[in-house]
Write a protein that binds this ligand. Structure first.
Ligand SMILES: [Zn+2]
Length: 182
């Protein structure tokens, strides 16, 4: 179920006591940055080059910085696991290329011979790219499954846990007016 919350609420400190992904009791409420998804037309600029795409993306995206967002222990473990895996893969690439440089041979009257063959180098680059993608998934906003709406007015949570949806619904329900003094 998709749950929408006014962005100014969360920007001003509103948060639930359960996480969005599991609906479990929150054990941490770190600051989180949410972003809008790229507008579909921005992908059409991709053939112009990554730099153009990134510039247009940066100019058109909406960002909401939230002082507190609820995450449970499982959310925290998920983030730690993904962060670790991502950095291990990137570290593998860096270590591999360092090894390649260390193993570079200098035959006389000949071109220098890098210590890795092309296949090994491509493998290391693939490992590094995979690590970078894993790091994208470790971002708090991705763990929360939440994005800013394209107009910047709402935080939208995809496949929100029912417990989270219930808390948001209760908070958004109009309060009964106080009885008038007699
Ligand atoms: Zn959770």
């Amino acid at each position: 179920m998709q749950v929408s919350i006014p962005a100014y609420w969360v920007a001003n400190g509103f948060h639930t006591t359960v996480c969005t992904r599991h609906g479990a009791a929150a054990t941490r409420t770190p600051a989180t940055r949410f972003e809008s998804a790229p507008a579909p037309w921005t992908w059409a600029t991709l053939p112009l080059g990554g730099v153009v795409f990134l510039a247009i993306r940066a100019a058109t995206r909406r960002v909401v910085d939230v002082p507190r967002w609820a995450y449970c222990d499982r959310c925290g473990r998920r983030r730690t696991t993904l962060l670790t895996a991502g950095w291990v893969l990137i570290g593998l690439m860096v270590a591999g290329f360092a090894l390649g440089i260390a193993l570079t041979t200098h035959p006389e009257h000949d071109v220098e011979q890098f210590g890795l063959d092309a296949g090994q180098a491509v493998g290391l680059i693939v490992a590094g790219l995979a690590g970078w993608i894993v790091l994208l998934f470790s971002r708090r906003a991705v763990i929360a499954r939440a994005q800013v709406s394209r107009d910047g007015g709402e935080i939208r949570v995809r496949r929100a846990a029912p417990e989270f949806a219930a808390q948001v619904e209760a908070a958004m329900r109009p309060q009964a007016p106080a009885p008038l003094p007699r």
